[in-house]
Design a protein around this ligand. Sequence first.
Ligand code: PAF
Length: 273
Amino acid sequence: MAAAREPEVIRDKAAMRAWSRRRRAEGKTVAVVPTMGYLHQGHLSLVSAAAASADPVAIVVTIYVNPSQFAPTEDLAIYPSDFAGDLRKLASTGVVDAVFSPPDLYDRGTGRRAAASGGAVSCLEEEAGDGHETWVRVERLEKGLCGASRPVFFRGVATIVSKLFNIIEPDVAVFGKKDYQQWRIICRMALSINRSLVDARTAALKGNTDCEQIRNKIVQTLTETGGQVDYVEIVEQESLVPVERIDCPVVICVAAWFGKVRLVDNIEIDTRS
Ligand code: PAF
């Protein structure tokens, strides 16, 4: 194991995003390990997986107890926490560069309403009043198993993971498979945006190198899956200058809004290899 190293603690969203962008500009892959803290060996093995995912890699561990995945009847108030202990454990791995631990990631609005009178279904709504009400849902996969008895859990997880991705803009995200349904739902969410890019690469490698056609197809797929496209750009990899045909190494960069969440993704294509 590497020598102990204190991770930088980042609380602010803009500072977190700037940190990630700096690491990427240095040529590093940004890998994130989302957690709710109170770390144990399982979390540290996810950190090891993140460390093995790329070289050079910059690793961010998020520590955020997400209120929206708890129902009012559940245990948010007594959810265990040991931030100092978590930092010590992460430092002992010697590979974690930053810990993102924001104070709150939801718009709490101005009004407050009681759970009983407001019909709240999660700890967040109990307080939200006119605040946050936009959710990311993975509707089919969230229905059975734990979703049957915890109806707000996966909606909360998908929403917070989208927010974290939007802030950190990671290249790699590592999740445990202990909660298999959660793991599958997160994969599915990331997949809907990624699939359009993989299809585009397949098409380009088969000889369809017309950027306008490829771009239109990606826009169509994202729109059909409920996204609102911010941009889809096909650019030369080094200069980032837009191209009309894929006859040099390119990267397709996509940003799209799903509700209030903005997801970004990209895929590199080199038709010569
Ligand atoms: O598995 C967890 O710890 C949480 O559900 C996650 C993925 C960090 C989202 O809050």
